[in-house]
Design a protein around this ligand. Structure first.
Ligand code: AMP
Length: 357
């Protein structure tokens, strides 16, 4: 019988465990795709004394070589960024660090990559599927925006294209007619439009230590908080002032640092802890970095509409640490460096399997 090419062979946790046990723990390397948060990941690994491998195309290599302190120690040049050379990486004792572009480029192939990956690769399946992601957020007790049937749109809603990344193609609609005018026959999600301030906390969950804010079997660190700049909504006041017609759009262009009102930290930690513990129950946990996308309304209520189960680009703002890591570490600590630190600590304690799948 011919093998159906659509059926991918998920690699098991046991197989990754076997692979990992064959690694030389004194010569571990950190690898990632040259994109998204790669400069920060390589820079952080360098600070922790871990060698790095950057997977890149020939043309992109120049960009990374332009930043000597953020460049990887070695490059693996590929024709297509969708092809992660997993076996070559495993031969190099490499641990792959997933980020947004890596998840996007490798798509369904991610689950079959034969190389140890930081975190629980199952969590990435939960972030990719909006229905599952909402199940996860609801299981964590988070307040979420209502999902609305297109025929019952009775308030401002944001329509999200399936798989759209970085807000591209999103649009606000106010009625079923407006919805069908723009999205007839398309695979989309319709969500109640939340009004408030966007607050995107970046967390790191470590099962290796209990010192700090307790969550699951370990601790939760708040590494930073960002907000995004989206085109064109975030410059709406200029467009309106110029008297131009304006249809809001939400394409992410960049990020800016945010420090929240200190009394909101209690809710931020509580949400992070609940997300971590719900992940334990649903798919075996979420070691490493993750982020929540939330909107805080005028009553200081948090509503969450997305989880990123990996490092997010908002952490690129602080390669030398954020206003929050200043109270956690007596040294510059980026998310990239925190990842490398965790790998180092786990290797030393012979607990790599706790943070890798
Ligand atoms: P996402 O692809 O879910 O990260 O959304 C991209 C951007 O769209 C966000 O950063 C928000 O600015 C905006 N957005 C997404 N969902 C909502 C919502 N339910 N209410 C208001 N704005 C939203």
């Amino acid at each position: 019988m011919r093998k159906n090419p659509l059926i991918l062979m998920k690699i098991s946790r046991e197989k990754i465990g076997e692979l990992l046990s064959s690694y030389d723990k004194k010569k571990l390397k950190i690898a990632t795709l040259c994109s998204h948060t790669a400069l920060q990941i390589f820079h952080g690994a360098r600070a922790e004394g871990i060698k790095t491998i950057g997977i890149t195309t020939e043309s992109r290599k120049k960009v990374y070589e332009a930043f000597p302190l953020g460049a990887p120690d070695e490059f693996i040049v590929v024709d297509d960024l969708r092809n992660i050379p997993s076996e070559e990486l495993a031969d190099e004792n490499a641990i792959l660090v997933p980020h947004g572009s890596l998840v996007e480029y490798s798509g369904d192939k991610l689950s079959e990559l034969k190389v140890p990956m930081l975190g629980n690769r199952q969590s990435l399946e939960w972030e990719k599927d909006r229905v599952k992601m909402f199940e996860w957020m609801t299981a964590a007790g988070l307040q979420v925006p209502a999902t609305i049937d297109p025929d019952k749109i009775d308030r401002p809603c944001v329509v999200k294209l399936a798989g759209a990344k970085g807000g591209r193609g999103y649009r606000v609609v106010n009625s079923p007619d407006e919805f069908y005018e723009h999205f007839e026959g398309m695979n989309v999600t319709v969500q109640e439009y939340l009004i408030g301030v966007r607050v995107y906390p970046h967390y790191f969950y470590s099962p290796l230590s209990k010192e700090g804010y307790r969550a699951s079997e370990g601790k939760l660190e708040l590494i930073g908080v960002d907000r995004r700049f989206e085109s064109n909504i975030d410059e709406a006041y200029r467009t309106e002032k110029a008297g131009l017609a304006f249809t809001p759009s939400f394409t992410v262009v960049g990020n800016e640092l945010l420090v929240v009102r200190e009394s909101l930290l209690e809710d931020i930690f509580r949400m992070g802890k609940n997300v971590t513990e719900a992940a334990d129950r649903l798919f075996g946990g979420i070691p490493g970095p993750f982020c929540l996308e939330t909107i805080v309304d005028e009553n200081l209520q948090f509503f969450a509409f997305e989880i990123s189960a990996r490092i997010v680009a908002g952490t690129n703002i602080y390669p030398h640490g954020s206003p929050y890591t200043a109270y956690l570490y007596d040294e510059p600590m980026s998310m990239g460096r925190r990842i490398a630190r965790e790998i180092k600590l786990a290797a030393k304690a012979n607990k790599l399997q706790k943070i890798i799948y």
